[in-house]
Design a binder for this molecule. Structure first.
Ligand code: NDP
Length: 244
C-alpha cells in the first residue's frame, strides 16, 4: 500500500516541488490549494506521471473549519496520512512603525495558526496509526530575525516552538515532528526583490548562490524517509551556510 503525503500550499514554489519530489518517491499526494488556477492541472499531471495518485484538496489553512473538511477528504480518499508537510506561507513585509495590525495578524494566521489548524486535524489519525511524520516549513529568519519581517519572523519562530513541543508530546506514539528552515530560495516569494538585491544576498551566502525549491524538497524527502527515523524536534537549516 502506497504512503500518503499531504502538502499544503502546493500549487507553486517550494510546496509544488515537495509534492513532486515525494511523488517521485512513490507517495500518493494530497495537494492542498487555496484558489483554482491554470497551474493546478499541470501540477496534478506532473505528479501522476510517477504512477501515483493525486488528490486536489481546496482549503485556506488559516480557516479551522476548512482544514477539518480538507483533512476529512484526504482520509475519505486514502484512508490515512503518513506525512504532513505544513508549507503554506505568506509574507507582508514592513517596518513595524508602518505595519498595520491586520498585516501582522494575517501572516500569523496563515503561517502559524495555519500550521496548527492542519496539524490539529491530522494528528488524531496519526496517533491512532501510531506512526507519522510532520514536517513544518519555518525559515532562517525564525531563528535570526530580520528587519522588516517582525510578523513573518514571529510566525516562523512560533513554528519552531510548535515543532519542538509537539515532537515531545507525540514521540512515544511513533510520530516524528521536525522543521525545515530554508534560507534564501528562488520562488515567487523572493521574485519581488530587485536583481541587484538578489545578487548582493547571493554573494553573502557561503555557497554563493540562492537555494532552489529542489534543495528544500530533498531535505523534506529525507525527513519523510526511514533514513531519518532517529530524528525529531529538529530544525534543519537549508540555507547554503547563510546562518551559522
Ligand atoms: P510562494 O509564495 O511561491 O508559494 C506559497 C504557497 O502557499 C502558494 O501555493 C500559496 O497558494 C500557498 N498559500 C498561501 N496562503 C495560503 C493559505 N491561506 N492556505 C493555503 N495555501 C496558501 O512561496 P514559497 O514557495 O517561497 O514558500 C513556501 C514556504 O517556504 C512558505 O512557508 C515560506 O514562508 C517558506 N520559506 C520560503 C523562503 C524563500 O526564500 N522562498 C525562505 C524561507 C521559508 P496561492 O497560490 O493560493 O497563493
Amino acid at each position: 500500500m502506497s504512503k500518503v503525503a499531504l502538502v499544503t500550499g502546493a500549487t507553486r514554489g517550494i510546496g509544488r516541488q515537495i509534492a513532486i519530489t515525494l511523488a517521485q518517491e512513490g507517495y500518493d499526494i494530497a495537494l492542498n490549494y487555496r484558489k483554482e488556477n491554470e497551474e493546478l492541472e499541470m501540477v496534478r499531471k506532473e505528479i501522476e506521471e510517477n504512477n501515483v495518485k493525486c488528490l486536489l484538496v481546496k482549503g485556506d489553512v488559516s480557516c479551522f473549519e476548512e482544514c477539518e473538511t480538507l483533512v476529512g477528504k484526504v482520509i475519505e480518499t486514502f484512508g490515512k496520512i503518513d506525512v504532513l508537510v505544513n508549507n503554506a506561507g505568506i509574507t507582508k513585509d514592513m517596518l513595524l512603525m508602518r505595519m498595520k495590525k491586520e498585516d501582522f495578524e494575517q501572516v500569523i494566521d496563515v503561517n502559524l495558526i495555519g500550521t496548527f489548524n492542519v496539524t490539529k486535524h491530522v494528528i488524531a489519525f496519526m496517533l491512532k496509526a501510531r506512526t507519522g511524520r510532520i514536517i513544518n516549513i519555518s525559515s532562517v529568519v525564525g531563528v535570526s530575525g530580520n528587519a522588516g519581517q517582525t510578523n513573518y519572523s514571529a510566525s516562523k519562530a512560533g513554528i519552531i516552538g510548535f515543532t519542538k513541543s509537539l515532537a515531545k508530546e507525540v514521540a512515544s506514539r511513533g510520530i516524528l515532528v521536525n522543521a525545515v528552515a530554508p534560507g534564501f530560495i528562488e520562488t515567487n516569494m523572493t521574485d519581488v526583490l530587485k536583481e541587484e538585491v538578489k545578487e548582493e544576498i547571493a554573494k553573502s551566502i557561503p555557497l554563493k548562490r540562492m537555494g532552489t525549491s529542489k534543495d528544500v524538497a530533498n531535505v523534506v524527502k529525507f525527513l519523510a524517509s526511514e533514513d531519518s527515523s532517529y530524528l525529531t524536534g529538529q530544525v534543519l537549516q537549508v540555507d547554503g551556510g547563510m546562518l551559522m
